[in-house]
Structure formats: structure tokens, C-alpha cells
Design a protein around this ligand. Structure first.
Ligand SMILES: [Zn+2]
Length: 98
């Protein structure tokens, strides 16, 4: 309590406002260093919020579907790389390498 009394005394003694605020800031810092009276949040973000934030950081799988022509996995809405077919039509001629 004596620390707070000193604080108030300093405020009353300081006639200029800016000086008063400077003194108060200094005093508060001293008080918080000494006794830990100042209320401070334990952490900026909660643990749950941190983990929720981190869980959203991941890669998604590309849209893979089975080709109806050659039954291999192919990218959705793209010409099949194995047979060159899309929508039952041959779009690209794939040369046989054997
Ligand atoms: Zn195919």
C-alpha cells in the first residue's frame, strides 16, 4: 500500500500533466517490477486458438478421380495423362512407347 501512496503523492506534486504521466508510468513500472501488482494477460492468444490456427496450415490433396477409359487415377477436369481422353473423347494422342 505504501507504494501506491507514493504514487499518489507524486501525481499530486507534479503540476504539469505530461510530467505527471511520465512519473506515473515510471512508478507503475517500478511497482510491477517489485511487487507484481499490475494486471497483465497471461498470454496474447489462448492455447486453443493457437492450435486451431496451426491446424489450418496444411496441404490439401488434389482432386483425383478414376479415368473411365483406362481406370488410372487422373486429375479432375483435366485430360487423362495415360490415355489422353476427356469426357469419352480422345483429346490428346498419346504415343505408345514400347
Ligand atoms: Zn485414361
Amino acid at each position: 500500500m505504501t507504494k501506491y501512496r507514493d504514487l499518489y503523492d507524486n501525481i499530486i506534486r507534479a503540476s504539469d500533466r505530461s510530467v505527471a504521466s511520465m512519473i506515473v508510468g515510471q512508478q507503475i513500472r517500478q511497482v510491477s517490477d517489485g511487487g507484481g501488482y499490475m494486471a497483465n494477460p497471461k498470454r496474447k492468444w489462448s492455447k486453443a486458438r493457437t492450435s486451431r490456427h496451426r491446424s489450418a496450415w496444411k496441404l490439401g490433396l488434389p482432386g483425383l478421380v478414376e479415368c473411365p477409359q483406362c481406370h488410372t487415377k487422373m486429375l479432375r477436369h483435366k485430360v487423362c495423362k495415360t490415355c489422353g481422353y476427356l469426357d469419352g473423347k480422345e483429346i490428346v494422342k498419346i504415343e505408345e512407347t514400347a
